[in-house]
Design a protein around this ligand. Sequence first.
Ligand code: PLP
Length: 393
Amino acid sequence: MFNRRMQKLGEERSVIRELFEYGNRRKAEIGAENVFDFSLGNPNIPAPAAVNGEISRLLQNTPADLLHGYSSAQGLYEARTAIAAYIRKKFGAPAEPDLIYVTCGAAASLTVTLNALCEEGDEFIVLAPFFPEYRIFVENAGGKLVAVPTNSAFHPDLAALEQAITPHTKAVIVNSPNNPTGAVYTEEEMRALAALLEKKSKEYGAPVLLISDEPYRELCYGAEPPYLPNLYQNTVVCYSWSKALSLAGERIGYIFIPPTCANAQALFYAVCGAGRSLGFVCAPVLFQRVVAACAGQTSDIAEYKKNRDLLYGALTEYGYECTPPDGAFYLFVKSPEPSAASFCERAKRHELLLVPSESFGVEGYVRISYCVARSVIERSLPAFRALIKEYRK
Ligand code: PLP
């Protein structure tokens, strides 16, 4: 009667959403201040003043048909020109507006890219732990998701990757700064990955692409991640402003294909075709105009760093094990018992809402999303302390 696969996807519900809704019910029962919800990656720092200023300016000064009307399917030429200029200036990469496709956020950037690339039998490699939606996006595009473990610091394991790449590998997806671990891959690691992909592409006579999923690019607390198109020419960048400008609900991002990419123009047509077939055309026009004016600005990211320092410092002091995260707004903490799901249930009894790691493709960890008010972290600390004490009895 219906598409069973879609029905199942809808019924399954994400563990993260489920927790978030549980948190809302619990807040209604015992008061919002008594529930410590670390489930969602929803930015809590306000968008920069320039964003709201630009929205007001546009509302007052733009004719109605230009403000709320359609843009071309791939986005306003002015927006794509501004994005290309920003990429050229910031990263020195040869960006052109004609190879930029404006999207409804990184989810759309990825879905459109995967549909543009995927042919029968194609495999897409992700590094575990990984953003759970990758599996859904890859499989819906008709591809096979191949998860390759990372090393003990959650950085790429080149030897494992080399083993996993086959003539069926269409692309490797990397996400740095990373959800859920907060790892930021170094230039040296990415150069080594680029060299591996060059070698494999030569061996198979067809490029193995790199998809750089970058919603957290600006959220890094040490060295910035390298710009992958500068290291590997067959890179497709899937960007969004959801986190950098705290605009997650406005759905705005882009796909950038460097002109150096093999068959760049044909790939761009495939992106346009995929966008068309999925209905992801003409991203929200008001926000196309906003980001054109605000590209390069960010919310006050120093606030996330303060949250990270407070939470990481306290949790490690109490005895939790965690690799220090260099970016994004997540801590990936080792569960003190083998089953992360059962640890999360126990955490719930302390009103702590943590995400178990199984849906990220690894076992035995929890993700703590620290894009929350500082006061939530401060009030949650006694609960974290009491929780770990239960494992010491
Ligand atoms: N990729 C990763 C790694 C993410 O964490 C997210 C959102 O949290 C997305 C993609 C989707 O981002 P957007 O909200 O811009 O669609």
